[in-house]
Design a protein around this ligand. Structure first.
Ligand SMILES: [Zn+2]
Length: 588
């Protein structure tokens, strides 16, 4: 059979927006939660462990149903951000979930409050729920009283969550005009960004200028949304919950020690000169005295090579199969069950993601496939995510999702396997060289770029607390870029609006360091794979299969990795340095 570009089907969740099953799900969930509320008097320090575990099991069932409802609405929204009935459903579900969360809040509050010896009694018998239950207790020092927690939840629906939905709705309807071959085209952001990776230097510049013309026009408003959401983050996490810093709230959620994150960011910052060296080399190849920020993703060879969707799917399956046929089979499941939205449509959310709803269900993957080499890489990336969660499907709904810092392991590893496959098949030396350059481009984009976003977020959250204006934040962002690129890259003024165009820093503050974490980790794992071959595979599968059932530090320690050590992180950069050394030795 031939794989074709298509929207996904959400019928494995619900048959449609008007389906009676959707209403029944609301009702069932309501009934389950009402039943759960009745259990409240049974929660006692000396209760039977078996009773406690039954209650956890009940809440697992409700969580699955809630995940299905929520995913149905948010996936439908991603597929069409402009449909009013989807927006209405999403709003209804957000409201409904917040109310349910409030009604069931007593359980986690009781659990956090339970004395250590009784908690140990329950934990020792809790099997796969253990880490989930431990994680809840980690938040004990930062938890408010039940009525306060309820107010926070309810106010988030119309406050910070609504603000972010609004940010998405505003920015996803942007269109961009670009003159290509004498003809002005109206493009989505995804379509515009193709020109940034194109061979035409003038178009690269114009594409970026157009991107930031549009974002810049709304810059003051988008910036104000960011200020508001950063203030909300601080009000909640520092003023009310007493976290030590804005990033500490994310670190605890990731269960990564603050020191490990500090070490990661510091080592990354120290290694910025490697990429500056690389950009100087790239300028030579592009015959430019100095690279402009517009040019950092420029290809070395003028290649208009595109991959038909079916061809891309097969290359990606092959590269997974070469690692393990079992892994390849998992990737195919996403296609075969029609859980893939691959085509580009107006109103569809830009970018790509993988959503895992429950352990039993094959994940859903969103792409905006346009046939370029990057799109093939993105396909391998998102399918890597899907494989990760399918390998962890034997865990509970609470423990099958890996925590954020490990979340990019399989995706990045999948991309590297793809590149190896493409390199092995490519005979043309200049195309091979271009692919090696692209590998460093990608490392730049996932490690250095994301690190400097995280550094900016740290700074921006402090600046907002000091009442900085949007103008001042933009100036700080421009400084951040200049530090990142040194004198190796010329950064023009419109890049001061880049930060308002990064959805992650709005959606999930401080998420971005997980990319640097993941990529450096994978560089090191991939070295191990190349050195050890077959012997490495079970260790890797074990890391993925653990999902989120253990602390990330422990999962990695079992694979011989110490995330607190500077040396470990530097090891990832040593791989990149070798690659840049090799490229510098090649005759230009
Ligand atoms: Zn990813």
């Amino acid at each position: 059979m031939t794989y074709k570009l298509s929207p996904w089907s959400l019928t494995d969740l619900f048959p449609g927006l008007d389906a009676p099953e959707l209403e029944s799900a609301f009702n069932d969930l309501e009934t389950q939660v009402a039943g759960f509320e009745k259990l409240r008097p049974q929660l006692k320090a000396d209760m039977l462990v078996s009773r406690f575990l039954e209650i956890v099991k009940d809440s697992e069932e409700s969580t699955k149903l809630a995940n299905k409802l929520y995913s149905f609405a948010s996936l439908a929204f991603a597929a069409d951000t402009q449909d009013q009935s989807i927006l209405a459903l999403l709003g209804r579900i957000q409201q409904f979930m917040a109310e349910l969360e409030n009604r069931t809040l007593f359980f986690s509050l009781w659990w956090k409050d339970l004395d250590d010896s009784n908690a140990k009694r329950m934990l020792d018998a809790s099997g796969d729920y253990r880490y989930y239950l431990e994680e809840i207790r980690h938040f004990k020092p930062y938890t408010l009283s039940e009525p306060e927690e309820k107010v926070v939840n309810l106010k988030n629906v119309t406050g910070s969550s609504a603000l972010i939905t609004l940010y998405d709705a505003i920015t996803n309807r942007y269109t961009f005009n670009l003159e290509v071959d004498g003809e002005t085209k109206e493009l989505t952001r995804g379509e515009l960004m193709v020109y940034v990776r194109g061979a035409d230097a003038d178009l690269r510049a114009k594409a970026y200028q157009e991107l930031y013309r549009v974002y810049g026009a709304d810059g003051p408003i988008l910036g104000q949304m960011y200020q508001t959401s950063a203030r909300d983050w601080r009000n909640e996490n520092l003023t009310l919950r007493r976290f030590a810093s804005p990033i500490a709230a994310r670190n605890l959620g990731n269960d990564i020690p603050d020191e490990a994150v500090d070490t990661l960011l510091a080592v990354c910052k120290k290694n910025a000169p490697i990429f500056q060296r690389y950009f100087r080399l790239k300028a030579k190849y592009l015959k430019m005295p100095r690279l402009r920020r517009y040019d950092i993703y420029a290809p070395l060879v003028k290649s208009d090579k595109t991959y038909a969707f079916d061809q891309a799917a097969r290359i990606v399956f092959d590269s997974f199969n070469a690692f393990s046929p079992e892994v390849g089979k998992l990737a195919r499941r996403v296609f075969d069950e029609n859980h893939l939205d691959s085509e580009v449509r107006k109103g569809k959310q830009a970018g790509a993601f993988c959503a895992s709803v429950t352990p039993e269900m094959t994940p859903w993957v969103k792409l905006n496939y346009q046939g370029h080499a990057d799109d093939v890489a993105t396909m391998a990336h998102e399918l890597g995510h899907a494989i990760h969660s399918m390998l962890a499907a034997h865990h509970s709904v609470f423990t099958f999702h890996s925590s954020l810092p490990l979340a990019e392991t399989a995706s990045t590893f999948g991309e590297m396997m793809l590149v190896d496959r493409l390199l092995a098949e490519e005979k043309d030396e200049s195309v091979r060289r271009d692919m090696l350059f692209r590998q460093v481009d990608d490392s730049y984009a996932t490690i250095m770029r994301q690190t400097f976003f995280a550094l900016f977020e740290k700074q921006a959250h402090e600046m907002v607390a000091q009442n900085a204006s949007v103008e001042e934040l933009s100036a700080a962002y421009l400084e951040n870029l200049k530090e990142q690129f040194g004198d190796a890259v010329e950064v023009s003024d419109e890049f001061k609006w880049e930060w308002v165009s990064i959805p992650h820093i709005y959606h999930t503050p401080f998420y971005v360091y997980a990319y640097a974490f993941g990529q450096l980790l994978v560089l090191s794992l991939y070295q191990q794979y190349k050195a050890e071959g077959e012997a490495f595979k079970p260790r890797y599968i074990k890391i993925l299969s653990a999902g989120g059932s253990q602390p990330p530090e422990k999962i990695l320690a079992e694979a011989g990795i110490d995330i607190r050590s500077e040396k470990f992180w530097q090891g990832g950069f040593d791989v990149i340095t070798q690659l840049v050394d090799e490229l510098e030795r090649m005759p230009v």
